[in-house]
Write a protein that binds this ligand. Structure first.
Ligand SMILES: Cc1ncc(COP(=O)(O)O)c(C=O)c1O
Length: 404
C-alpha cells in the first residue's frame, strides 16, 4: 500500500486513541506504538470466544485457543522467515535477552570468554550481559561509535576475535535511529565461531527483518513496539542451538515427564515456555503482524524516513537546536534545545498535546560518550503525518520564544 498523508489519515481511523483524542500528536512510538482496533478486537475476542488454557485441554474451547496461539507463531515465523519451532514467546525483549544470558553459558567453549556489544546498546542489551560476565568471569568489549554516530567497523574487526563467545547488538539504535550494519558484524562473528544475538526491538516494525538473510543465531523483539499488546515478546533461535540449551524457567508445560526425583524436558519451543503464557497477547501479536503486512513493512519504513528527514530539515533551521542523526537512519530523531533541559522540552510540549520522550532513553553509556545528560527524542510510526510534524515544529518555536 502506498503511504502518503492522505492514505495515512485513512489508516489512522483504525486507531481508537486518535479518534478519542483528536488533538493528540503522538511522537513516541519507539517507546511503544498505539494499537489498532484489529488488535484490540483480537484481545476482546480471545476473552469473549476462546478463553481457555492452551495445550492441556481435551475440550474444544481449549483446542481452539491452542490453535490460535500456534497459528500466531506461524504468522510470526513467516514474517521473519523461519519455522514456528524456532519461535518462543516471552514477556518482552528484556526477558528474551535475560533468557539467553542465563542459558547460553552451558554451550559456550571455555576458552571463549569475551562478549562483544556496542556503545549504543539499550540497557536491556547491556545489563543482562554485565551480569553474565560477573557470574562467569567473562569480559565485555564494546564496538565504538564514530563522530557521525555510526559503528566503527575497523574497531569491530579488532574487538571480535577467537576469544569472542557472544556478539549481541541492536539493529536500530533507540536513541540515534542508526541502522547498524548487522550482517557485516555477524559475518565477523561467524568467522570467529561466536554466537550472534540481534536486538530487533526498534527494527521489527520498520524494516524487513529476515533471520536467514541476517544470519543471526538469536533475535529478540517486543510485541508492544509492533502494534501488539504489552507483556508479549519473542525470542527466535536456530533450532540446533535451542535444542542444546537448558530451560530458563521451570514448571508446567515445559516438561515431557516428571517424577519425584527429577524431570525430562519437553521439545522446543515448549521447553522454554513454562507455565501459563500470555495467550491473548500472543494471539494479538499475530493479528498485529497480519495488520502491518497489509500495509507493508518496507513501505512503512520509507514513510517514517520521509517524516524523519522532513523533521530534521525543519529542526535544523531553528537556531539553538542540535540534532543527532546518522546518515543511514530510521524513524527516530534525537535533538537538544540550547538552554532548555530535555525534560522541560517534553513537559512544555505536553501542554500542546504532543508526546515525545526525554532523558537518557535507557542509553546512559551512550549519553556519556556524547557528553550530554540526555536528548529529546521524536519517533514515528506509519500513523504519523506531516501535520504532526508541523504542529511539533511550531510548538518548539513557541517554547523557545517563551524561554528567551
Ligand atoms: C533497542 C531496544 N532494546 C530493548 C528494549 C527493551 O524493550 P522492552 O522494554 O519491551 O523489553 C528497547 C525498548 O525501548 C529498545 O529500544
Amino acid at each position: 500500500m502506498k503511504l502518503n498523508n492522505q492514505s495515512v489519515k485513512k489508516l489512522r481511523k483504525d486507531f481508537p486513541i486518535f479518534e478519542n483524542q483528536k488533538e493528540l500528536v503522538y511522537l513516541d512510538s519507539a517507546s511503544t506504538t498505539q494499537k489498532p482496533k484489529q488488535v484490540i478486537k483480537s484481545i476482546v475476542d480471545s476473552y469473549e470466544t476462546t478463553n481457555a488454557n492452551i495445550h492441556r485441554g481435551i475440550y474444544d474451547l481449549s483446542q481452539k485457543a491452542t490453535k490460535k496461539y500456534e497459528n500466531s507463531k506461524k504468522i510470526i515465523a513467516k514474517f521473519i522467515n523461519t519455522s514456528e519451532k524456532e519461535i518462543i514467546f516471552t514477556k518482552s525483549t528484556t526477558e528474551s535477552i535475560n533468557l539467553l544470558a542465563y542459558t547460553l553459558p552451558s554451550i559456550l567453549q571455555k576458552e571463549k570468554d569475551e562478549i562483544v556489544l556496542t556503545e549504543m546498546e539499550h540497557h536491556s542489551n547491556l545489563v543482562p550481559w554485565q551480569q553474565l560476565a560477573k557470574r562467569n568471569d567473562m569480559k565485555l568489549k564494546f564496538i565504538k561509535i564514530k563522530e557521525d554516530f555510526t559503528l566503527d567497523l575497523e574497531d569491530a574487526k579488532n574487538k571480535i576475535t577467537e576469544k569472542t563467545a557472544i556478539v549481541s547488538l541492536t539493529h536500530i539504535s533507540n536513541t540515534l535511529g542508526a541502522i547498524n550494519p548487522v550482517r557485516e558484524i555477524f559475518k565477523l562473528a561467524k568467522k570467529n565461531n561466536s554466537i550472534t544475538v540481534l536486538d530487533a526491538a526498534q527494527s521489527i516494525a520498520h524494516m524487513k527483518v529476515d533471520v536467514k538473510k541476517i544470519d543471526c543465531d538469536f533475535l529478540v523483539f517486543s510485541g508492544h513496539k509492533i502494534y501488539a499488546p504489552m507483556g508479549i515478546g519473542v525470542l527466535y533461535g536456530k533450532k540446533e542451538l535451542l535444542e542444546k540449551l537448558s530451560p530458563f524457567n521451570f514448571g508446567g508445560d515445559m516438561i515431557k515427564s516428571v517424577t519425584l526425583e527429577g524431570s525430562e524436558w519437553n521439545t522446543i519451543p515448549e521447553r522454554f515456555e513454562a507455565g501459563t503464557q500470555n495467550i491473548e497477547g500472543a494471539i494479538a501479536l499475530g493479528e498485529a503482524i497480519k495488520y502491518l503486512e497489509k500495509i507493508g513493512v518496507n513501505e512503512i519504513g520509507k514513510w517514517e524516513k520521509e517524516l524523519t528527514d522532513y523533521s530534521a530539515k525543519e529542526l535544523n533551521q531553528i537556531k539553538g537546536v542540535k540534532i543527532y542523526l546518522p546518515k543511514k537512519h530510521s524513524g527516530i530523531l534525537s535533538f537538544n534545545v540550547e538552554n532548555l533541559p530535555t525534560h522541560d522540552v517534553a513537559s512544555m510540549l505536553d501542554d500542546y498535546d504532543i508526546c515525545i520522550r526525554a532523558g537518557h532513553h535507557c542509553n546512559m553509556p551512550l549519553m556519556k560518550k556524547l557528553r550530554i545528560s540526555g536528548t529529546a527524542r521524536i519517533s514515528f510510526a506509519f500513523y504519523n503525518t506531516f501535520e504532526d510534524i508541523d504542529k511539533f515544529i511550531k510548538a518548539i518555536k513557541e517554547i523557545m520564544g517563551k524561554v528567551k
